[in-house]
Design a protein. Structure first.
Length: 59
């Protein structure tokens, strides 16, 4: 969010191919909105891949 808070925008199961593709992509589209990928975190304890995304302004 613009105020620095984090908002969960989606939660889904990812295929191994999708995870591998993260090495080559800079932008992700979720729910018709485009986001720039900033960084990721693998939470092994909970089995969750978390991505930090910044919304892209398409004007």
């Amino acid at each position: 969010m613009s105020d620095g808070n984090i908002e969960q925008i989606d939660q889904r199961a990812w295929s191994p191919a999708m995870i591998t593709a993260l090495e080559h992509v800079n932008y992700i589209v979720v729910g018709g909105r485009e986001f720039e990928t900033v960084e990721g975190r693998l939470n092994v304890d909970e089995g969750i891949l978390e991505l930090l995304l910044v919304p892209v302004r398409n004007e």
